[in-house]
Design a protein around this ligand. Structure first.
Ligand code: NZQ
Ligand code: ZN
Length: 383
Protein backbone atom coordinates (compact mmCIF):
# COMPACT_ATOMS: atom_id res chain seq x y z
CA UNK A 1 0.00 0.00 0.00
CA UNK A 2 1.27 3.49 -0.79
CA UNK A 3 1.59 6.22 1.83
CA UNK A 4 -1.36 8.55 2.05
CA UNK A 5 -3.05 11.23 4.11
CA UNK A 6 -6.81 11.42 4.18
CA UNK A 7 -9.15 14.04 5.51
CA UNK A 8 -12.79 14.45 4.60
CA UNK A 9 -14.46 17.28 6.47
CA UNK A 10 -17.93 17.07 4.85
CA UNK A 11 -20.73 16.77 7.39
CA UNK A 12 -23.11 14.19 5.90
CA UNK A 13 -26.72 14.42 7.06
CA UNK A 14 -28.41 11.31 5.73
CA UNK A 15 -32.01 10.13 5.69
CA UNK A 16 -35.71 10.77 5.29
CA UNK A 17 -36.91 14.35 5.98
CA UNK A 18 -33.42 15.56 6.83
CA UNK A 19 -33.76 18.59 4.54
CA UNK A 20 -35.74 20.11 7.42
CA UNK A 21 -32.46 20.22 9.39
CA UNK A 22 -31.05 22.94 7.10
CA UNK A 23 -31.53 25.66 9.66
CA UNK A 24 -29.37 23.73 12.16
CA UNK A 25 -26.54 23.79 9.62
CA UNK A 26 -26.64 27.42 8.51
CA UNK A 27 -25.73 30.57 10.43
CA UNK A 28 -28.77 32.82 10.86
CA UNK A 29 -26.98 35.90 9.54
CA UNK A 30 -25.75 34.24 6.30
CA UNK A 31 -26.46 35.87 2.94
CA UNK A 32 -27.26 32.74 0.94
CA UNK A 33 -27.48 32.06 -2.79
CA UNK A 34 -29.45 28.92 -3.61
CA UNK A 35 -28.32 27.37 -6.89
CA UNK A 36 -30.32 24.82 -8.84
CA UNK A 37 -30.80 23.29 -12.27
CA UNK A 38 -33.59 23.19 -14.81
CA UNK A 39 -36.45 23.07 -12.34
CA UNK A 40 -36.83 19.43 -11.17
CA UNK A 41 -36.64 20.68 -7.57
CA UNK A 42 -39.76 22.77 -8.13
CA UNK A 43 -41.72 19.74 -9.35
CA UNK A 44 -40.69 17.18 -6.73
CA UNK A 45 -41.18 19.28 -3.62
CA UNK A 46 -37.50 19.70 -2.72
CA UNK A 47 -37.62 23.45 -3.36
CA UNK A 48 -40.66 23.78 -1.07
CA UNK A 49 -38.81 21.92 1.68
CA UNK A 50 -35.80 24.22 1.30
CA UNK A 51 -37.90 27.38 1.34
CA UNK A 52 -39.70 26.17 4.47
CA UNK A 53 -36.43 25.34 6.22
CA UNK A 54 -35.00 28.76 5.32
CA UNK A 55 -37.79 30.82 6.85
CA UNK A 56 -36.25 33.90 8.40
CA UNK A 57 -33.03 33.62 6.36
CA UNK A 58 -31.87 36.11 3.75
CA UNK A 59 -31.37 34.37 0.40
CA UNK A 60 -31.46 34.79 -3.36
CA UNK A 61 -31.80 32.10 -6.02
CA UNK A 62 -29.95 31.27 -9.23
CA UNK A 63 -31.59 28.60 -11.39
CA UNK A 64 -30.82 27.19 -14.82
CA UNK A 65 -27.52 25.40 -14.25
CA UNK A 66 -27.61 22.78 -16.98
CA UNK A 67 -26.36 19.18 -17.02
CA UNK A 68 -22.60 19.34 -17.70
CA UNK A 69 -22.60 22.85 -16.19
CA UNK A 70 -21.52 25.55 -18.59
CA UNK A 71 -18.95 28.25 -17.90
CA UNK A 72 -21.11 30.70 -19.83
CA UNK A 73 -24.11 30.18 -17.48
CA UNK A 74 -21.99 30.07 -14.35
CA UNK A 75 -20.45 33.46 -15.18
CA UNK A 76 -23.94 34.96 -14.71
CA UNK A 77 -24.22 33.32 -11.29
CA UNK A 78 -20.76 34.61 -10.36
CA UNK A 79 -21.75 38.17 -11.33
CA UNK A 80 -24.96 37.90 -9.28
CA UNK A 81 -23.13 36.45 -6.28
CA UNK A 82 -20.54 39.25 -6.38
CA UNK A 83 -23.19 41.95 -6.75
CA UNK A 84 -25.29 40.60 -3.89
CA UNK A 85 -22.21 39.90 -1.74
CA UNK A 86 -23.40 36.39 -0.90
CA UNK A 87 -21.40 34.59 1.77
CA UNK A 88 -22.86 31.08 1.48
CA UNK A 89 -23.85 28.96 -1.52
CA UNK A 90 -26.49 26.27 -1.18
CA UNK A 91 -26.46 23.87 -4.15
CA UNK A 92 -29.71 21.94 -4.57
CA UNK A 93 -29.40 19.36 -7.33
CA UNK A 94 -27.30 16.66 -8.94
CA UNK A 95 -23.60 16.63 -9.74
CA UNK A 96 -23.94 19.38 -12.32
CA UNK A 97 -25.48 21.87 -9.90
CA UNK A 98 -22.98 20.97 -7.18
CA UNK A 99 -19.99 21.16 -9.55
CA UNK A 100 -21.23 24.44 -11.01
CA UNK A 101 -21.61 25.80 -7.49
CA UNK A 102 -18.05 24.80 -6.61
CA UNK A 103 -16.86 26.80 -9.62
CA UNK A 104 -18.98 29.79 -8.57
CA UNK A 105 -17.61 29.50 -5.03
CA UNK A 106 -14.01 29.58 -6.23
CA UNK A 107 -14.66 32.34 -8.80
CA UNK A 108 -16.49 34.89 -6.64
CA UNK A 109 -13.37 35.95 -4.71
CA UNK A 110 -11.24 36.04 -7.91
CA UNK A 111 -10.34 39.06 -10.02
CA UNK A 112 -9.15 37.17 -13.10
CA UNK A 113 -11.08 34.97 -15.54
CA UNK A 114 -11.99 31.82 -13.55
CA UNK A 115 -11.57 29.64 -16.65
CA UNK A 116 -7.88 29.88 -15.73
CA UNK A 117 -8.67 27.48 -12.87
CA UNK A 118 -9.82 24.89 -15.41
CA UNK A 119 -6.70 25.38 -17.54
CA UNK A 120 -4.49 24.98 -14.48
CA UNK A 121 -3.26 28.58 -14.83
CA UNK A 122 -4.75 29.86 -11.58
CA UNK A 123 -4.83 28.26 -8.13
CA UNK A 124 -7.93 28.37 -5.97
CA UNK A 125 -6.85 30.33 -2.92
CA UNK A 126 -10.17 30.77 -1.21
CA UNK A 127 -13.84 30.13 -1.86
CA UNK A 128 -17.28 31.05 -0.63
CA UNK A 129 -18.43 28.20 1.65
CA UNK A 130 -20.87 25.69 0.16
CA UNK A 131 -23.57 23.35 1.44
CA UNK A 132 -25.42 20.87 -0.76
CA UNK A 133 -28.74 19.09 -0.94
CA UNK A 134 -28.14 16.15 -3.25
CA UNK A 135 -30.98 15.12 -5.57
CA UNK A 136 -29.22 12.50 -7.72
CA UNK A 137 -26.89 9.75 -6.47
CA UNK A 138 -24.06 9.51 -9.01
CA UNK A 139 -21.01 11.73 -8.91
CA UNK A 140 -19.90 11.85 -5.28
CA UNK A 141 -19.46 15.61 -5.71
CA UNK A 142 -21.40 16.08 -2.47
CA UNK A 143 -18.45 14.67 -0.53
CA UNK A 144 -15.41 15.51 -2.62
CA UNK A 145 -13.26 18.39 -3.77
CA UNK A 146 -13.75 17.97 -7.54
CA UNK A 147 -15.84 19.74 -10.15
CA UNK A 148 -16.15 19.29 -13.89
CA UNK A 149 -17.04 22.34 -16.00
CA UNK A 150 -17.76 22.65 -19.71
CA UNK A 151 -17.34 25.58 -22.06
CA UNK A 152 -19.72 25.75 -25.02
CA UNK A 153 -17.73 28.17 -27.15
CA UNK A 154 -14.66 25.92 -27.28
CA UNK A 155 -16.32 22.51 -26.76
CA UNK A 156 -14.04 21.82 -23.80
CA UNK A 157 -14.73 19.95 -20.56
CA UNK A 158 -12.19 19.92 -17.73
CA UNK A 159 -12.04 19.04 -14.04
CA UNK A 160 -10.48 20.90 -11.14
CA UNK A 161 -9.95 19.91 -7.54
CA UNK A 162 -9.48 22.06 -4.49
CA UNK A 163 -9.98 21.49 -0.76
CA UNK A 164 -11.53 24.98 -0.68
CA UNK A 165 -14.65 23.77 -2.45
CA UNK A 166 -15.37 20.78 -0.22
CA UNK A 167 -18.96 21.23 0.96
CA UNK A 168 -19.36 22.16 4.64
CA UNK A 169 -22.35 19.81 4.73
CA UNK A 170 -24.39 17.67 2.37
CA UNK A 171 -27.93 16.55 3.03
CA UNK A 172 -28.72 13.17 1.47
CA UNK A 173 -32.42 12.30 1.57
CA UNK A 174 -32.92 9.09 -0.45
CA UNK A 175 -36.55 10.04 -1.08
CA UNK A 176 -35.34 12.47 -3.76
CA UNK A 177 -34.78 9.36 -5.91
CA UNK A 178 -38.52 8.79 -6.33
CA UNK A 179 -38.82 11.57 -8.91
CA UNK A 180 -35.71 10.63 -10.88
CA UNK A 181 -36.20 9.68 -14.54
CA UNK A 182 -34.92 6.12 -15.12
CA UNK A 183 -32.33 7.50 -17.50
CA UNK A 184 -30.77 9.41 -14.59
CA UNK A 185 -30.98 6.42 -12.22
CA UNK A 186 -29.14 4.34 -14.82
CA UNK A 187 -26.57 7.09 -15.26
CA UNK A 188 -26.01 7.21 -11.51
CA UNK A 189 -25.48 3.46 -11.25
CA UNK A 190 -22.95 3.42 -14.08
CA UNK A 191 -21.11 6.54 -12.90
CA UNK A 192 -20.69 5.16 -9.37
CA UNK A 193 -19.63 1.77 -10.78
CA UNK A 194 -16.96 3.34 -12.97
CA UNK A 195 -15.71 5.63 -10.17
CA UNK A 196 -15.05 2.50 -8.14
CA UNK A 197 -13.39 0.74 -11.07
CA UNK A 198 -11.08 3.71 -11.76
CA UNK A 199 -9.63 3.31 -8.26
CA UNK A 200 -9.67 -0.50 -8.17
CA UNK A 201 -8.90 -1.95 -11.58
CA UNK A 202 -5.23 -0.98 -11.82
CA UNK A 203 -2.46 -3.16 -10.36
CA UNK A 204 -2.25 -4.78 -6.92
CA UNK A 205 -0.47 -3.00 -4.07
CA UNK A 206 -1.78 -5.33 -1.39
CA UNK A 207 -4.36 -2.83 -0.15
CA UNK A 208 -6.87 -5.29 1.26
CA UNK A 209 -9.33 -2.87 2.81
CA UNK A 210 -9.51 -0.72 -0.32
CA UNK A 211 -10.00 -3.80 -2.52
CA UNK A 212 -12.70 -5.44 -0.41
CA UNK A 213 -14.39 -2.10 0.13
CA UNK A 214 -14.43 -1.39 -3.62
CA UNK A 215 -15.76 -4.86 -4.30
CA UNK A 216 -18.57 -4.32 -1.82
CA UNK A 217 -19.55 -1.11 -3.64
CA UNK A 218 -19.50 -2.87 -7.04
CA UNK A 219 -21.55 -5.79 -5.71
CA UNK A 220 -24.06 -3.46 -4.06
CA UNK A 221 -24.55 -1.61 -7.34
CA UNK A 222 -25.05 -4.86 -9.25
CA UNK A 223 -27.54 -6.11 -6.67
CA UNK A 224 -29.61 -2.94 -6.33
CA UNK A 225 -29.58 -1.88 -9.99
CA UNK A 226 -32.74 -3.79 -10.99
CA UNK A 227 -34.45 -2.68 -7.77
CA UNK A 228 -33.82 1.05 -8.16
CA UNK A 229 -34.70 0.81 -11.87
CA UNK A 230 -38.23 -0.31 -10.86
CA UNK A 231 -41.07 2.15 -11.41
CA UNK A 232 -41.51 2.61 -7.65
CA UNK A 233 -38.28 1.77 -5.86
CA UNK A 234 -38.20 0.97 -2.13
CA UNK A 235 -36.75 3.49 0.29
CA UNK A 236 -33.94 1.20 1.46
CA UNK A 237 -32.83 0.44 -2.08
CA UNK A 238 -32.64 4.18 -2.77
CA UNK A 239 -30.73 4.66 0.49
CA UNK A 240 -28.19 1.98 -0.43
CA UNK A 241 -27.84 3.43 -3.90
CA UNK A 242 -27.26 6.93 -2.56
CA UNK A 243 -24.69 5.94 0.04
CA UNK A 244 -22.83 3.71 -2.44
CA UNK A 245 -22.52 6.54 -4.96
CA UNK A 246 -21.18 8.87 -2.27
CA UNK A 247 -18.69 6.30 -0.96
CA UNK A 248 -17.48 5.55 -4.49
CA UNK A 249 -15.91 8.97 -4.84
CA UNK A 250 -15.25 10.52 -1.45
CA UNK A 251 -11.58 9.62 -1.49
CA UNK A 252 -11.73 6.65 0.87
CA UNK A 253 -11.30 3.74 -1.56
CA UNK A 254 -8.63 5.71 -3.42
CA UNK A 255 -6.33 6.01 -0.39
CA UNK A 256 -2.93 4.42 -0.88
CA UNK A 257 -3.73 2.79 -4.23
CA UNK A 258 -2.89 3.61 -7.87
CA UNK A 259 -5.73 5.28 -9.78
CA UNK A 260 -6.60 5.15 -13.45
CA UNK A 261 -9.18 7.79 -14.63
CA UNK A 262 -8.46 7.18 -18.34
CA UNK A 263 -12.10 6.23 -18.93
CA UNK A 264 -13.25 9.54 -17.45
CA UNK A 265 -10.71 11.66 -19.35
CA UNK A 266 -11.66 10.08 -22.67
CA UNK A 267 -15.36 10.18 -21.78
CA UNK A 268 -15.21 13.92 -21.07
CA UNK A 269 -14.13 14.48 -24.67
CA UNK A 270 -17.17 12.58 -25.94
CA UNK A 271 -19.43 14.78 -23.82
CA UNK A 272 -17.65 17.95 -24.90
CA UNK A 273 -17.97 17.08 -28.59
CA UNK A 274 -21.33 15.26 -28.70
CA UNK A 275 -23.12 16.20 -25.47
CA UNK A 276 -23.49 12.53 -24.51
CA UNK A 277 -24.47 12.03 -20.83
CA UNK A 278 -21.37 11.60 -18.66
CA UNK A 279 -22.21 8.05 -17.50
CA UNK A 280 -22.98 6.93 -21.04
CA UNK A 281 -19.52 7.98 -22.20
CA UNK A 282 -18.07 5.83 -19.41
CA UNK A 283 -20.13 2.81 -20.45
CA UNK A 284 -18.74 3.17 -23.96
CA UNK A 285 -15.09 3.70 -23.02
CA UNK A 286 -14.53 1.41 -20.00
CA UNK A 287 -14.83 -1.93 -21.85
CA UNK A 288 -12.29 -0.57 -24.35
CA UNK A 289 -9.85 0.38 -21.59
CA UNK A 290 -10.23 -3.07 -20.00
CA UNK A 291 -9.67 -4.75 -23.32
CA UNK A 292 -6.74 -2.72 -24.65
CA UNK A 293 -4.99 -2.42 -21.26
CA UNK A 294 -5.54 -6.08 -20.33
CA UNK A 295 -1.86 -6.91 -19.95
CA UNK A 296 -1.14 -4.01 -17.63
CA UNK A 297 -4.30 -4.74 -15.63
CA UNK A 298 -4.19 -8.54 -15.81
CA UNK A 299 -3.89 -9.33 -12.08
CA UNK A 300 -6.71 -7.00 -11.11
CA UNK A 301 -8.85 -8.05 -14.06
CA UNK A 302 -8.58 -11.65 -12.92
CA UNK A 303 -9.45 -10.64 -9.35
CA UNK A 304 -12.42 -8.59 -10.65
CA UNK A 305 -13.61 -11.51 -12.78
CA UNK A 306 -13.49 -13.90 -9.85
CA UNK A 307 -14.67 -11.77 -6.95
CA UNK A 308 -17.33 -9.72 -8.75
CA UNK A 309 -18.61 -12.08 -11.44
CA UNK A 310 -17.66 -15.51 -10.00
CA UNK A 311 -15.68 -16.37 -13.13
CA UNK A 312 -13.13 -19.05 -12.32
CA UNK A 313 -13.03 -21.42 -15.30
CA UNK A 314 -10.91 -21.03 -18.42
CA UNK A 315 -7.62 -19.40 -19.33
CA UNK A 316 -6.68 -15.93 -18.15
CA UNK A 317 -7.70 -14.49 -21.54
CA UNK A 318 -11.05 -16.25 -21.43
CA UNK A 319 -11.80 -15.10 -17.90
CA UNK A 320 -10.92 -11.51 -18.78
CA UNK A 321 -13.04 -11.62 -21.94
CA UNK A 322 -15.97 -12.89 -19.91
CA UNK A 323 -15.52 -10.20 -17.25
CA UNK A 324 -15.51 -7.48 -19.91
CA UNK A 325 -18.64 -8.96 -21.46
CA UNK A 326 -20.39 -9.14 -18.08
CA UNK A 327 -19.52 -5.48 -17.46
CA UNK A 328 -20.98 -4.46 -20.82
CA UNK A 329 -24.07 -6.59 -20.18
CA UNK A 330 -24.52 -4.91 -16.80
CA UNK A 331 -24.49 -1.46 -18.37
CA UNK A 332 -26.88 -2.60 -21.10
CA UNK A 333 -29.16 -4.13 -18.43
CA UNK A 334 -29.98 -0.63 -17.16
CA UNK A 335 -30.62 0.58 -20.69
CA UNK A 336 -27.27 2.18 -21.45
CA UNK A 337 -25.77 1.51 -24.87
CA UNK A 338 -22.08 0.76 -24.92
CA UNK A 339 -20.92 1.39 -28.49
CA UNK A 340 -20.06 4.61 -30.32
CA UNK A 341 -22.34 3.76 -33.21
CA UNK A 342 -25.30 3.79 -30.81
CA UNK A 343 -24.62 7.52 -30.39
CA UNK A 344 -23.82 8.24 -34.06
CA UNK A 345 -20.17 8.80 -33.26
CA UNK A 346 -17.68 7.69 -35.90
CA UNK A 347 -14.03 7.71 -36.91
CA UNK A 348 -14.05 11.51 -37.42
CA UNK A 349 -14.60 12.09 -33.69
CA UNK A 350 -11.89 9.56 -32.82
CA UNK A 351 -9.56 11.64 -35.02
CA UNK A 352 -10.49 14.87 -33.22
CA UNK A 353 -10.06 13.36 -29.75
CA UNK A 354 -6.74 11.78 -30.69
CA UNK A 355 -5.54 15.12 -32.04
CA UNK A 356 -6.60 16.91 -28.82
CA UNK A 357 -4.67 14.47 -26.62
CA UNK A 358 -1.66 14.67 -28.92
CA UNK A 359 -1.64 18.45 -28.73
CA UNK A 360 -2.02 18.44 -24.95
CA UNK A 361 0.68 15.73 -24.64
CA UNK A 362 -1.76 13.89 -22.39
CA UNK A 363 -0.71 10.64 -20.75
CA UNK A 364 -3.45 8.69 -19.01
CA UNK A 365 -3.85 5.68 -16.77
CA UNK A 366 -2.35 4.41 -13.53
CA UNK A 367 1.05 4.13 -15.20
CA UNK A 368 0.65 7.22 -17.37
CA UNK A 369 1.26 5.00 -20.37
CA UNK A 370 -1.91 5.68 -22.35
CA UNK A 371 -0.88 8.16 -25.02
CA UNK A 372 -2.96 9.43 -27.93
CA UNK A 373 -2.24 6.32 -30.01
CA UNK A 374 -3.65 4.04 -27.33
CA UNK A 375 -6.64 6.36 -26.88
CA UNK A 376 -7.39 5.90 -30.60
CA UNK A 377 -7.06 2.13 -30.21
CA UNK A 378 -9.44 2.13 -27.21
CA UNK A 379 -12.04 4.19 -29.06
CA UNK A 380 -11.76 2.16 -32.28
CA UNK A 381 -12.46 -0.97 -30.25
CA UNK A 382 -15.81 0.65 -29.31
CA UNK A 383 -17.08 1.66 -32.76
O1 NZQ B 1 -31.58 20.30 -13.87
P1 NZQ B 1 -32.71 19.65 -13.15
O2 NZQ B 1 -34.04 20.15 -13.55
O3 NZQ B 1 -32.52 19.60 -11.66
O4 NZQ B 1 -32.77 18.11 -13.67
C1 NZQ B 1 -31.66 17.23 -13.54
C2 NZQ B 1 -30.91 17.03 -14.84
O5 NZQ B 1 -31.72 17.24 -15.96
C3 NZQ B 1 -32.21 15.85 -13.27
N1 NZQ B 1 -32.46 15.60 -11.84
C4 NZQ B 1 -31.58 15.68 -10.82
N2 NZQ B 1 -32.16 15.30 -9.67
C5 NZQ B 1 -33.45 15.00 -9.96
C6 NZQ B 1 -33.65 15.20 -11.35
N3 NZQ B 1 -34.84 14.99 -11.95
C7 NZQ B 1 -35.87 14.56 -11.18
N4 NZQ B 1 -35.73 14.31 -9.85
C8 NZQ B 1 -34.55 14.52 -9.21
N5 NZQ B 1 -34.42 14.23 -7.90
O6 NZQ B 1 -31.21 14.98 -13.73
C9 NZQ B 1 -30.54 15.56 -14.83
C10 NZQ B 1 -29.06 15.31 -14.73
O7 NZQ B 1 -28.52 15.97 -13.63
P2 NZQ B 1 -26.93 16.13 -13.47
O8 NZQ B 1 -26.68 16.90 -12.23
O9 NZQ B 1 -26.34 16.62 -14.74
O10 NZQ B 1 -26.47 14.62 -13.29
P3 NZQ B 1 -25.26 13.99 -12.52
O11 NZQ B 1 -25.47 14.04 -11.06
O12 NZQ B 1 -25.06 12.68 -13.15
O13 NZQ B 1 -24.02 14.95 -12.83
C11 NZQ B 1 -23.27 14.86 -14.00
C12 NZQ B 1 -22.15 15.88 -13.98
O14 NZQ B 1 -21.22 15.61 -12.92
C13 NZQ B 1 -19.89 15.54 -13.44
C14 NZQ B 1 -20.13 15.06 -14.85
O15 NZQ B 1 -19.01 15.28 -15.68
C15 NZQ B 1 -21.34 15.85 -15.27
O16 NZQ B 1 -20.97 17.14 -15.67
N6 NZQ B 1 -19.05 14.71 -12.57
C16 NZQ B 1 -18.61 15.23 -11.42
C17 NZQ B 1 -17.74 14.57 -10.58
C18 NZQ B 1 -17.27 15.16 -9.32
N7 NZQ B 1 -17.55 16.41 -9.03
O17 NZQ B 1 -16.59 14.51 -8.54
C19 NZQ B 1 -17.24 13.24 -10.90
C20 NZQ B 1 -17.98 12.57 -12.00
O18 NZQ B 1 -17.10 11.66 -12.61
C21 NZQ B 1 -18.53 13.45 -13.05
O19 NZQ B 1 -17.53 13.73 -14.01
ZN1 ZN C 1 -17.97 10.06 -13.27
Amino acid sequence: MYNFSYQNPVNIVFGKNEIGKLSELLAKDSKIMITYGGGSIKKNGVHDQVVKALEGYSYIEFGGIEPNPKYETLMNAIALGKKEKVDFLLAVGGGSVIDGTKFIAAAIPMERDPWDIMLGNAAVEKAVPIGTILTLPATGSEMNSGAVISRISTKEKYAFMSPWVMPKFSILDPEVCYSLPKRQVANGIVDAFVHTIEQYLTYPVNAMVQDYFSESLLKTLIEIAPKVMKEQPEYDDCANFMWTATMALNGLIGCGVPQDWATHEIGHELTALHNIDHARTLAIVLPGVMNVMRNAKRDKLEQYAYRIWNISAGSSEERINQAIQRTEDFFESVGINTHLKDYDVNETTIGIITERFKERKTLLGERQDIGYGTVAEILRSRL
